[in-house]
Design a protein around this ligand. Structure first.
Ligand code: ADP
Ligand code: ZN
Ligand code: ZN
Length: 634
């Protein structure tokens, strides 16, 4: 290979590894140390702090401490010098060759993607958790870097864990620009510059990183493509997945969408022949897929949401030295507080919603607007002291687990236990190390984490997802069940998954369990086709809200007449109607849904309609927003 083909990075000698004075970076262990805990060692604390804030390694000059301090910290395993290698003879040395032997499926996937480098191609890489998707990304990225191009990898917010970053760092001794919501403006700018100048061959980020400028784009990868956090829900609404596909077509580079549970939209694109389907059929190593079983909880004596068969299964797995993971997508102690004497229920004053009781701070809390108030001692309506809590959240289940299994340490992971910096990491550590025997959590626990010792996964309440009011509820439920189930029986231990439900005959649930996600997705797509919903139609949702109840509806009625006057061939209307939760945070909300079997019809209407909306009477009295391809219609 001639010298011109070498990555510019090497030509300019910017490997961050100047011989004799290496740059330093945090190790995985170091990343978990809170600098504040090092008050006795202020210089070490300052090094940690700087490295925490920096998206890449830093030279000693910038760390501004004597070498001895760095050596001490290196000795503790907190930091490490960036590998000192002689400048490589050719670019292929840039990445450390992995000595992993790819499975046949992985090999096929890597070859297909590699062969497409330099052109636009869309791939769906489907494989359950642990089937080796990330390894496929890494091997493809290796080729991309060797061709002196850049790889942009997008993961959901919750997936950008230190483990993932560490895996990339260990594999590629090159600059990696990290982009996530926790960066300061300066850090973000710096990461952008690394990407734009081309000096970072890898850009690893969350959904907003789709806008990162690239000097020499080579590939786009979206991990967990089904994950809804890929769509920004507030302000400027965009789907990072759709943008990414558009961008790779524009740049003429391949895009890889990876998932264990692909979205129905993506599967339809496979059906249409637009995306190529690459499948990793088995898990790496001996790990088989877990057995999934339903527990019919009808008529069973439940103890804080746990049925006797589930309790027995937990005991059985703990006795056999397994780890147990329980999933409940509801935080707090109980989702309702009711007066046993008169039936009064604690509602939020600003929303059409019930207050959730949180035992930890003895507060009632609204999960929709965030307002809080002190727990009542007596009923505000009748004065009775007989206030009782109904239903269960993670706090309550944790209490119940503590009394049933007092000898087994529990780890609860939800928004309440992970508010402070570093808490999530330390809880995940406890879970991963096997210290915590019973893991309990909301979807924060369901996604992307690897717990090799888990042998039992329990889904405490599947009914929540089965009867959601949004048309995507069942798709989400299925994805979640498969994702959570993917946590069981990794490594060499067989896993078991137990789902509690009042509806064991629910057809979609049964199909999912008997035949798997692909069969579920096929049936769900047929249903979408019959009801003319995405991906067989395009939707746009016009939302409006105001302090006065009548205004949103008035605005939307005007908006609808306007559209009617502009000609609406091919587009149907639903509404305007008050939103399912009409009042939120003190504002009344309403919505108008547009539905078009042909996207071009919808686009034509939107082009005429949207610029005129501002001029409508009431448009200044309401807050309105248009959501094209809404992720939910709530
Ligand atoms: P996924 O991204 O699908 O969850 P990973 O790529 O993380 O899967 O693979 C799961 C584990 O198996 C990782 O520890 C990875 O290093 C390892 N692994 C992946 N592919 C192979 C392979 N071909 N041979 C051996 N180990 C592998
Ligand atoms: Zn009362
Ligand atoms: Zn509220």
């Amino acid at each position: 290979m001639c010298i011109r083909d070498r990555p510019t990075l090497l030509r300019r000698g910017k490997m961050g590894t100047v011989q004799g004075d290496p740059a330093w970076r945090l190790t995985d262990t170091g990343a978990r140390i809170d600098p504040l805990s090092l008050q006795q060692a202020p210089r070490q604390a300052s090094v940690l702090e700087r490295l925490h804030k920096s998206p890449h390694e830093l030279p000693r000059k910038e760390l501004d401490v004597p070498m001895g301090v760095l050596h001490t910290m290196h000795g503790k395993g907190w930091i490490e010098p960036l590998q000192q290698t002689a400048p490589p003879k050719d670019a292929a040395n840039l990445v450390l060759k992995s000595n992993i032997r790819l499975s046949r499926d992985q090999q096929a996937a890597v070859s297909a993607i590699r062969d497409s480098l330099g052109e636009f191609h869309a791939f769906l890489l489907e494989g359950v958790t642990g089937s080796g998707k990330t390894e496929v990304y890494l091997q493809v990225i290796e080729s991309v870097i060797n061709q002196n191009h850049q790889a942009l990898v997008l993961v959901p917010e919750i997936g950008l864990t230190p483990q993932l970053v560490d895996r990339f760092r260990r594999r590629f001794p090159v600059r990696i620009a990290l982009l996530h919501s926790g960066l300061s403006d300066r850090e973000r700018l710096h990461a952008w510059q690394l990407a734009r100048s081309g000096s970072a061959p890898i850009i690893l980020g969350t959904r907003s990183a789709i806008f990162t400028p690239l000097q020499r784009p080579g590939i786009l990868i979206i991990d967990e493509e089904h994950d809804t956090s890929l769509k920004q829900q507030d302000g400027f609404r965009y789907s990072a997945r759709d943008l990414a596909v558009w961008r790779s077509r524009f740049c003429r580079i391949p895009i890889v969408l990876g998932s264990a549970t692909p979205s129905l939209e993506t599967l339809e694109n496979v059906n249409l022949g637009k995306y190529r389907h690459l499948i990793l059929h088995t898990r790496v190593g001996a790990a088989g897929l877990p057995q999934i079983g339903l527990i019919d909880v009808r008529g069973k004596r439940m103890q804080d949401g746990l049925s006797p068969p589930l309790l027995a299964a937990i005991q059985r797995h703990l006795d056999a030295d397994g780890q147990v993971l329980l999933f409940l997508n509801r935080r707090g102690y109980a989702p309702a507080l009711i007066c046993h004497a008169c039936g009064w229920i604690a509602h939020c004053e600003r929303c059409d919603a019930r207050m959730t009781f949180h035992a930890s701070n003895h507060q009632l809390c609204c999960h929709h607007c965030g307002s809080q108030r002190n727990m009542h001692n007596t009923c505000p309506k009748c004065g009775s002291a007989a206030l009782i809590t109904l239903g269960q959240g993670t706090e309550r289940v944790e209490d119940a687990l503590a009394s049933h299994f007092p000898d087994h340490e529990r780890v609860r992971i939800d928004r309440d236990t992970t508010r402070r910096k570093g808490e999530l990491e330390s809880l995940l550590d406890k879970a991963r190390s096997g210290h915590g025997r019973i893991l309990l959590g909301t979807q924060m626990l369901a996604k992307g984490h690897h717990f090799p010792d888990v042998t039992l996964v329990g889904i405490i309440d599947a009914d929540q997802g089965l009867f959601g009011s949004d048309f995507r509820s069942s798709e989400r439920m299925a994805q979640l069940i498969i994702q959570v189930a993917g946590r069981a029986g990794r490594a060499d231990r067989p896993g078991e998954v137990i789902i509690q439900t009042h509806h064991p005959e629910h057809p979609q649930l049964c199909l999912l369990i008997r035949e798997g996600y692909a069969a579920f997705a096929k049936a769900a797509l047929e249903e979408r086709r019959a009801t003319c919903l995405p991906p067989y139609a395009s939707l746009a949702l016009l939302r409006a809200e105001a302090l006065r109840r009548d205004l949103p509806m008035k605005f939307l009625e005007c908006a609808q007449s306007l559209a009617a006057s502009q000609g609406t061939q091919g587009v149907e209307y639903w509404g305007p109607v008050p939103s399912p939760m009409e009042r939120r945070a003190g504002r009344y909300r309403a919505q108008l849904l547009l539905q078009a079997p042909r996207r071009s019809d919808l686009q034509r209407l939107l082009r005429l309609w949207v610029p005129e909306l501002e001029r409508l009477e009431h448009s200044r009295q309401v807050r309105w927003s248009l959501d094209v391809d809404p992720q939910d219609t709530l």
